[in-house]
Design a protein around this ligand. Structure first.
Ligand SMILES: Cc1cc2nc3c(=O)[nH]c(=O)nc-3n(C[C@H](O)[C@H](O)[C@H](O)COP(=O)(O)O)c2cc1C
Length: 321
């Protein structure tokens, strides 16, 4: 598998759906991941879940992320996912969410490495594409397990590991500890993808320098500003610090994103999904509070476009009379 670039879009539940992945790619993400998808739900053939693994030809390379805790379901889910032609399959061994860990999935697997190994083996045996894993450092800050899991992964035929350099119990409360990414990189020979707190071009440069990681995965910064991939790429490749998008450019981005989301998820469903993105995109707009208040009520693409265009033309009040 060839990936041209070393900046990846993180799997982001509720965010990294097809329209968002296409935007991330447009701005320079070299590889994008789907949101995490339940292997159990795939086994039960839930239509909404099947839609989550349905990728389009213009978004390769793409990784589909699975979570689960039953090897037979992981095996079946891998076979199903392969029908949609992903470039790789990722296993989630780091999700801290209660609903997931209660069923022994996600970060709970960091407390049960025997089961983690079985899941990796089930995925690798059934996959015809590379299988990767994404982990946190351990369940608690004092119970680091990432080296052990890294060595298990290597043995199991896993092709790369993403380390989000925090423990499960740390949530997002402390800064991620990049020295652990460097440590993992030193101890294993498969590629290591560094993750946690990369927000700017300088952060990315620093993470590569401090850790020697093979690629960087970006989550929250991309979620609020997919343009960050262009900013980081330009800096790393040409030394250019590309300025923030202008307000006009952000409005164009918001409209493009909204169009794609409404086409894919329906006018109302799409508009509801867009509300959070619109609030992020319009942050920092001059006198934007009123715009943001109204963007929270949009119910269609037309609502979104009327508001944004009115704001751009300075006639926001007129548009709503
Ligand atoms: C809204 C949201 C959804 C997430 N969903 C997933 C997910 O589905 N799978 C996963 O492995 N990690 C998920 N994560 C974690 C991110 O992929 C990433 O590891 C984490 O945010 C740290 O990277 P960052 O500092 O660049 O955001 C999610 C994070 C956020 C904020």
């Amino acid at each position: 598998m060839t990936i041209t670039g070393n900046l990846f879009l993180a799997p982001l539940a509720g965010i990294s759906n097809r329209p968002f992945r296409l935007l991330a790619r447009k701005y320079g993400a070299a590889l994008c991941y789907t949101e995490m998808v339940s292997a159990d739900a795939i086994a039960m053939k839930q239509e909404k879940t099947i839609r989550m693994i349905d990728t389009s030809p213009d978004e390769h390379p793409i990784g589909v992320q699975l979570f689960g805790s039953r090897p037979e379901y992981i095996a079946g889910a891998v076979r199903k996912v392969l029908e949609f032609g992903p470039d790789l399959i990722d296993l989630n061994l780091g999700c801290p969410v209660k609903k997931v860990v209660r069923k022994n999935g996600g970060a709970a697997l960091l407390k049960n490495t025997a089961l983690a190994e079985e899941l990796m083996a089930a995925a690798v045996e059934n996959a015809t594409v590379p299988v990767t894993i994404k982990i946190r450092t351990g369940w608690e800050a004092k119970s680091d397990i990432y080296i052990e899991v890294g060595l298990i992964a290597e043995r199991a035929g896993i092709s790369a590991i993403t380390l989000h350099a925090r423990s499960r119990t740390q949530g997002y409360g402390v800064k991620s500890d990049w020295s652990k990414i460097a440590h993992l990189k030193r101890e294993i020979s498969i590629p290591v993808i560094g993750n946690g707190d990369v927000r700017t071009p300088l952060d990315a440069e620093e993470m590569f320098k401090q850790t020697g990681c093979d690629a960087i995965m970006i989550g929250r910064a991309a979620m609020k500003n997919p343009f960050v991939f262009r900013q980081i790429r330009s800096y790393l490749e040409e030394g250019d610090l590309v300025p923030e998008m202008t307000i006009d450019e952000k409005i164009e981005l918001a409209l493009e994103h909204a169009r794609m989301v409404c086409d894919r998820f329906g006018p109302k469903g799409g508009a509801l999904m867009m509300r959070k993105h619109l609030s992020w995109y319009s942050k920092g707009f001059l006198a934007g509070a009123e715009l943001r208040r109204r963007l929270k009520t949009v119910c269609s693409y037309e609502d979104i476009s009327t508001l944004l265009r009115a704001y751009r033309e300075g006639s926001l009040d007129v548009a709503n009379q």
